[in-house]
Design a binder for this molecule. Structure first.
Ligand code: ATP
Length: 254
């Protein structure tokens, strides 16, 4: 049997005396889109810090493709909450940045990113500066910078949190199409229940800090998800998640 792409077993973490993650176990299969939903401050960003190696866990184990996670192998492409584009670099040079950091020459990196511009809705904007683009375009540019690195798995931290509702919905639809087309393996952190249901194959719901997994919810809705039937059934799953988030979470994990 193929091991999951990513597997966490009993991960605990914290800062000083403050526990933040408590015995978190989860997995993400190859080609699967998994979301983590939880209240503000629960520790979702801390989880990404552990994955990207910015912090070490206090307890637990992390596996990638069945082997202990080796962060030197750089298995993740990480897209942070803010688009983090450099305002003084043209869009093309922002999208090459991740490759340049890996040591690639800018001219070579440009030939790698060039074919992506059309698919990311940015054709014709290669030589614009970030401030000349809309919020949705900037997020697509930031995602392009993440994707062109060709890593086996994407980590997305609230990627659409700063966008207006309409742009956010458009970006979710676009991301779903892109994921289907490319077969990406994705771990998404979001506060947005509807976004999680719309995009995910599975969702882990976290308790308030110290975060525990209080529920794992499969989303067996047909894709594409924007069709009427999928939306009707999605409402039931959204309600289940909202109830889970609003339940009191004292005591041991279920
Ligand atoms: N470097 C740090 N030192 C001390 N405490 C920290 C540090 N980083 C985060 N915390 C605290 O740890 C808790 C979890 O933070 P984290 O950023 O992981 O939460 P989050 O779920 O991502 O929050 P949000 O949803 O608001 O982005 C918070 O209470 C936060 O104040």
């Amino acid at each position: 049997m193929t091991p999951p792409r990513l597997e966490l077993r009993g991960i605990s973490s914290g800062y000083g005396d403050m526990p933040v993650l408590d015995d978190i176990s989860l997995s993400v299969g190859r080609g699967e889109f998994v979301s983590i939903l939880g209240p503000s401050g629960a520790g979702k960003s801390t989880l990404f810090r552990l994955l990207t190696g910015a912090m070490a866990p206090r307890a637990g184990e992390m596996f990638f493709d069945g082997a202990p996670l080796d962060r030197n192998a750089r298995p993740f492409a990480f897209m942070p909450q803010r688009d983090a584009l450099m305002p003084w670099r043209r869009i093309i040079d922002n999208t090459t940045l991740g490759l340049e950091v890996q040591g690639m020459r800018r001219s070579q990196a440009r030939t790698i990113v060039a074919p992506f511009f059309h698919e990311f809705g940015l054709a014709g904007f290669e030589n614009h500066y970030p401030a000349e683009l809309s919020g949705g375009m900037r997020q697509r540019a930031a995602l392009m910078r993440t994707v062109v690195q060709g890593r086996p798995m994407l980590l997305l931290d609230e990627p659409f949190g700063a966008l207006d509702a309409l742009t956010r919905t458009a970006m979710q639809r676009w991301l779903e199409e892109m994921r289907a087309h490319h077969g990406w393996t994705v771990l998404l952190v979001t506060h947005d229940v509807r976004e999680a249901v719309y995009l995910s194959d599975r969702i882990y719901v976290l308790s308030p800090r110290p975060a525990r997994v209080v529920r794992e919810i499969g989303v067996p809705l047909p894709r594409p998800r924007h069709r009427h039937n999928a939306r009707t059934n999605a409402a039931d799953i959204e309600n289940l998640i909202l109830e889970t988030l609003l339940e009191p979470h004292e005591g041991p994990s279920p």
